[in-house]
Design a protein around this ligand. Structure first.
Ligand SMILES: [Zn+2]
Length: 638
């Protein structure tokens, strides 16, 4: 039995209303069932639930899907964990549905040990026997709900993990588990007795660290007594844990990041927990100040609105410089939130409250401007050389923007503020000279070194960091995070509702304009299905095919939504031609606009005049084509 079988069984045996009823209170109005939609700020019941169609749809925000996707969205779970949760609530045995898959026994063992350890620490904390944990929750103004969300735990002054591993009865399994735990540095060898082990973490508040899909890969911990050597102690880098790849709490914040179309980046897990607790659920944390390209790329995979909310000390400032630069190189102008006199967002929110933080977010300025501001000395120097030094530093900050107007305007304004009276053209020229001299060698020697160290530590390792891209059931096969553009969604919806469009001559021309492979493949499937089945089966067959984890959430949502009030229909040729013409223009326009954006991005990094002219010509061509589309008229119908 596979997980697909399980999903099928859930769909057939458990009414969707009873799955949703586990989380929302459902009201009956006539034959319809409705509830308040949990996916937008709903006040009246906007979500409709249809047991015979086995679907839900919110008529306000458009969220739609089957029971499993409801649980995925609502609880922020991946496909497998959603299945697990439904099983546990409805008396099905998840474990009897296993996935056949090649597995690496060491990684599987590590996952088991890490998950189990997190659970042991959590249970120890919940036992209520440890005052240090209770004090921590109280002093940090947290509650048990937040503690549960973040699985906060407690490691007592005992060998809890060692004891657990030693209790494994099979001697081979036990030895393997102990060796793996040793590699993860969850336990250590007793120097005086090579056969004995002891726990690494003792008398500590424990915070699990997860990879992006929620698998525990390590721990960070906080001392509970003043005489402990290290106040904070992290898991060592291991084949499971790569500090430079971790965006702490990303799996918890994902949905909120999407919904709010913004991400708040903080420096430590305590900051994330605190902000999350206060309603800023789109917050994630980098591990310390180890900001790497990979981490930032993940951060901007869901939104381009980035708020850097790092500590107000020197390390936080250095991290901000680095993050700002790497983001600017990717075309993202990050905003900056300053917390002084408080030292970090956690302190700030405790001192001033969440409204004050909300205000800070709303008034946040681009990090670049904040950085430039910091360069301006209290007393403007009289020496020109000193001024040039400062101008050089400003150029360094702006350099990722290349000679974009956003940079040159800023440099001119900045020069004026530190007392230069030269013509703007001269200042710009000086900045451009800086660019041509410094394009190859980044000046943040310190920052660069840190990144290199991080990257080397992966390549030196024998293991590809599998924990990051893989979860126990290889989620990569499931629900790919593919985003459909607005027009692709519209196109898909039209085709689903009127599949006879696929028989029209112009269809292939239109498919060429669809950039998304998933959509193309899916349309191919519809074409095949409509030829093979009776029209009366169309809806149920297609829905069954679609609500499978191999499709992205986006695609599933569009298709489900299209079927929610679906009635089979056909249209005459003239109407269909009209629809196709419309779709073609819209898809083509969208494609050209995307191309335009790409060219504009390229313009920010041009190296020569020839290149610039080339790009400008391309832009002109695109504009011409766009104009042509605007004036296009459908061909006369014969
Ligand atoms: Zn809604």
């Amino acid at each position: 039995m596979s997980l697909k079988d399980l999903a099928q069984r859930i769909k057939e045996e458990i009414p969707i209303s009873s799955i949703i009823a586990d989380y929302e209170s459902i009201k009956r109005s006539g034959s319809a069932q409705v509830c308040v939609c949990p996916f937008h700020n709903d006040t009246k019941p906007s979500m409709n639930i249809n047991d015979s169609k086995k679907l839900f749809k919110c008529f306000a925000c458009g969220a739609a899907g089957d029971g499993i996707s409801f649980v995925m969205k609502k609880r922020n779970l991946d496909f497998v964990d959603a299945l697990k949760e439904i099983c546990s609530k409805h008396g099905l045995n998840f474990d009897s549905y296993s996935v056949e898959k090649k597995i690496n026994p060491k990684i599987e063992m590590a996952k088991k040990i890490l998950t189990r350890s997190a659970l042991i620490y959590r249970k120890t904390a919940q036992s209520g026997n440890f005052q240090a944990y209770k004090d921590f929750i109280k002093n940090r103004k947290l509650n048990e709900e937040t503690a549960t969300t973040f699985s906060l735990g407690y490691a007592p002054n005992k060998n809890t993990i060692t004891d657990y591993l030693s209790s494994i009865t099979d001697p081979k399994d036990r030895e393997f588990a102990l060796q793996t735990a040793l590699e993860l540095v969850l336990i250590r060898k007793d120097q005086h007795n090579p056969d004995a082990y002891y726990d690494t973490f003792r008398d500590r508040i424990m915070f699990p660290i997860w990879d992006q899909s929620g698998q525990v890969v390590g721990f960070t911990s906080r001392a509970t007594r003043d005489d402990q050597k290290a106040k904070y102690m992290n898991s060592m880098e291991s084949f499971m844990f790569h500090k430079g790849l971790i965006l702490y709490g990303f799996h918890l914040a994902k949905n909120a990041i999407r919904e709010k179309d913004a991400i708040i980046l903080v420096e430590g897990n305590m900051d994330q927990i605190s902000l999350f607790h206060n309603g800023f659920t789109n917050t994630v944390a980098v591990m310390g100040t180890a900001i790497t390209e990979k981490v930032l790329e993940r951060a901007i995979s869901l939104t381009k609105n980035v708020y850097l909310a790092l500590d107000s000390d020197a390390a936080g400032h250095a991290a901000m410089l680095k993050a700002n630069k790497m983001l600017a190189e990717r075309g993202v102008v990050a905003k900056y939130i300053e917390f002084s006199p408080q030292k970090d967002p956690d302190d700030f929110i405790k001192a001033q409250g969440s409204l004050a933080l909300q205000e800070k977010i709303e008034n946040a300025v681009p990090a670049m401007d904040a950085l430039l501001e910091k360069l301006i000395p209290e007393v403007i120097p009289t020496l020109v050389d000193r001024k040039l030094e400062i101008l050089e530093k400003a150029s360094e900050i702006l350099s990722p923007l290349k000679n974009d107007l956003a940079a040159t305007e800023r440099v001119v304004r900045f020069a004026k503020r530190i007392g230069f009276s030269a013509e703007p053209a001269l200042i710009t020229k000086r900045y451009e000279d800086y660019l041509s001299k410094n394009t190859e060698k980044p000046k943040f020697a310190q920052a660069k070194k840190e990144v290199e160290v991080d990257e080397n530590s992966y390549s030196d390792s024998d293991f590809i960091p599998e924990s990051v891209d893989e979860t126990p059931f290889d989620i990569s096969e499931y629900s790919p995070e593919i985003y459909l553009t607005k027009m692709e969604k519209m196109f898909l919806q039209e085709v689903v509702q009127l599949p006879s469009l696929l028989n029209m001559d112009k269809m292939n021309e239109i498919l060429d304009l669809v950039g998304n492979d998933e959509v193309k493949k899916y349309i191919g499937k519809i074409r095949k299905i409509t030829m093979e089945i009776d029209d009366s089966e169309y809806e149920s067959v297609l829905l069954n095919l679609t609500n499978s984890p191999e499709y992205s959430i986006d695609l599933r949502e569009v298709v489900t939504s299209a079927f929610y009030n679906y009635k089979p229909k056909d249209a005459d040729t003239k109407t269909k031609q009209r629809i196709l013409f419309d779709l073609k223009i819209k898809l083509h326009t969208e494609q050209l606009k995307n191309k335009k954006d790409e060219i504009k991005k390229l313009q920010q990094s041009v190296e020569s005049d020839i290149e610039m002219t080339n790009l400008l010509n391309q832009l002109l061509d695109v504009d011409k084509e766009l104009q042509k589309l605007k004036n296009a008229k459908p061909e006369k119908v014969k």
